[in-house]
Design a protein around this ligand. Structure first.
Ligand SMILES: Nc1ncnc2c1ncn2[C@@H]1O[C@H](COP(=O)(O)OP(=O)(O)OP(=O)(O)O)[C@@H](O)[C@H]1O
Ligand SMILES: [Mg+2]
Length: 264
């Protein structure tokens, strides 16, 4: 077993690459995510940010490279295994269950943390006491999560009836329902208005206090500067720069590749 000596390093990738036909979407990327910190990933459209998230969370198989979680090598080839290991994520293109209520969406996210879905057909069919107790307890936890993200009053609405910003917060709630150690957020502020962005910033900072480590992709540079402890900048599959937000801002490579090439 390969053990990493740096204790605060919760997650890391080593020389990870992903080839789609002729496109090298992720090119030899090594990053580190430290416990109780907010690590950011920025870069122009098509830089490979989402692909890197997909590799870390088991949605896409790597062409090469290694992944480490809590100092141990892991193979992110199955998404449910990755969730069980403590990594949850949200999606750039919102993926909610539109025909379910807000609360039901969070309950689905909760199922990996509970065994009540696996309690057997008999107990669930006849809703015996243990099943009901377990279901009620899980519901309570989900309600508390909805309260945390500010969606409690909307718990019985169909998720498709939520505003864009609320749908993004529901995605966060669903990810939080499996009590992750690491929460990976892919453009959580996309489509949010300035007030919603302020609320999002507050929520992300609160999660740190609850010992959730954050990995975040965002195009909003101001939001990222305010939030992140450390930022990686990707361009054409490669990490072209990394450091504190102030270091990144003054890096000519970054200005050329990202800040100079987008109005976002
Ligand atoms: N499933 C796929 N099949 C083929 N090519 C893909 C696939 N997914 C991503 N790519 C390509 O890989 C490159 C990186 O895409 P990716 O979505 O990771 O970029 P991104 O940095 O997240 O961009 P954005 O900021 O627009 O979300 C792009 O050229 C994209 O077209
Ligand atoms: Mg993306």
């Amino acid at each position: 077993m390969i053990v990493d000596k740096c204790k605060s390093k919760l997650l890391s990738t080593k020389n990870v690459s992903k080839n789609f036909g002729g496109v090298l979407a992720v090119d030899n990327v090594s990053i580190e995510v430290h416990e109780n910190k907010i690590t950011g990933l920025i870069g122009p459209n098509g830089a490979g940010k989402t692909t890197l998230f997909n590799l870390i969370t088991g949605l896409t198989k790597p062409s090469s490279g290694e992944f480490f979680l809590l100092g141990k090598k892991y193979s992110p080839f199955k998404i449910h295994k990755v969730v069980e290991k403590g990594i949850a994520r949200t999606f750039q293109n919102i993926r909610l269950f539109n025909n379910m209520s807000v609360l039901e969406n969070v309950m689905v996210g909760r199922h990996v943390k509970t065994n009540f879905f696996s309690m057997g057909v008999f107990s669930s069919l006849f809703r015996i006491t243990t099943y009901n107790n377990c279901e009620n307890k899980q519901k309570e936890i989900c309600i508390r999560i909805l309260e945390k993200v500010g969606l409690l009053e909307k718990k019985d609405l169909m998720s498709s009836n939520l505003s864009y910003g609320d749908q993004r917060r529901l995605e966060i709630a669903r990810a939080l329902a499996c009590e992750p150690k690491i929460l990976a957020l892919d453009e959580p502020a996309a489509g949010m208005n300035p007030t919603e962005k302020i609320k999002l910033k507050k929520l992300v900072k609160e999660l740190l206090f609850e010992k959730v480590t954050i990995l975040i992709i965002e195009h909003d540079v101001k939001l990222m500067s305010d939030l992140c402890d450390h930022i990686y900048v990707m361009d054409r599959g490669k990490i072209i720069s990394s450091g504190k937000p102030t270091d990144i801002k003054n890096d000519k490579k970054v200005i050329k590749a990202y800040l100079g090439s987008t109005s976002k």
